[in-house]
Write a protein that binds this ligand. Structure first.
Ligand code: ATP
Length: 224
């Protein structure tokens, strides 16, 4: 299997408090991996370190992809009085992408074709999340990092988002790291779940096998 990302003993402190404690794992090409843990477990900090937004940490991040890393780490913000298309086009141009078809195709991948003409201020949270993912995909990343994209979505929105992510991973042949508080939300989407608590990995579950057993065992540990 081709390695895309290797984390080796990543540790991070904020004000002498450990946020991450020797976190190591590898992401292989084409995998969809869940990072699951309760509030304050260290998920966002780890994702910020991977994409270079948080500095001064211990350990090594080795990205071995040939293309970039795309991410949606906070709820994405857009120009509310511009349309979805204008927002995407603006971002694309900032990144040197001048191909209008690429913007349209990327939006289509996220089910946003009809919404593109509407101003973003009228978008639902789910649509904003999808527009954020479309934006992240415009630079053709090899690895896509999504921090709790299902947060605040209703069950239908969560289901839809999962399906879009699954299709994107397949169509674009990219690796995805996605975080959530809730393992069962990611169970149908991910090949593997990494369970993090108090800044340390407490378990890694192969979700391609024996899902029900694995999930029920770990759910008890994560729930607090
Ligand atoms: P949530 O699910 O609530 O987003 P999380 O798993 O993403 O949580 P982090 O946001 O990474 O967790 O936080 C890990 C720990 O680091 C927490 O104790 C948090 O308070 C602390 N922390 C994160 N960022 C900072 C910061 N900029 N300054 C100080 N402490 C921070």
């Amino acid at each position: 299997m081709t390695k895309v990302l290797e984390l080796e003993k990543i540790s991070k402190e904020f004000n002498n408090q450990k946020a991450l404690d020797k976190v190591s794992f590898t992401l292989n090409k084409g995998e969809i991996v869940g990072l699951v843990g309760p509030n304050g477990a260290g998920k966002t900090t780890l994702m910020r370190i991977i994409v270079g937004l948080t500095k001064r940490y211990e350990g090594k991040v080795r990205f071995q992809g040939e293309r970039s890393i795309g991410c949606v780490i906070e709820t994405p913000s857009f120009y509310p009085y511009m349309t979805g298309f204008e927002n995407l086009k603006y971002f694309a141009e900032l990144n040197g992408v001048r191909d209008k078809q690429k913007v349209l195709k990327t939006a289509e991948l996220l089910g946003l074709s009809d919404a593109l003409k509407k101003k973003v201020k009228g978008y639902s949270l789910g649509m904003r999340q999808r527009l954020g993912i479309a934006q992240a995909l415009l630079s053709d990343p090899e690895l896509l990092i999504l921090d709790e994209p299902t947060n605040g979505l209703d069950p239908t929105g969560i289901h839809e988002l999962r399906e879009y992510i699954k299709n994107i991973a397949k169509e674009r042949n990219i690796t995805v790291l996605i975080s959530s508080h809730i393992l069962s939300e990611l169970e149908k989407l991910c090949n593997k779940a990494i369970i993090i608590k108090n800044g340390a990995i407490i378990d890694t579950i192969d979700l391609t096998k024996d899902k029900a057993t694995a999930v029920s065992e770990v759910a008890i540990e994560v729930e607090d």
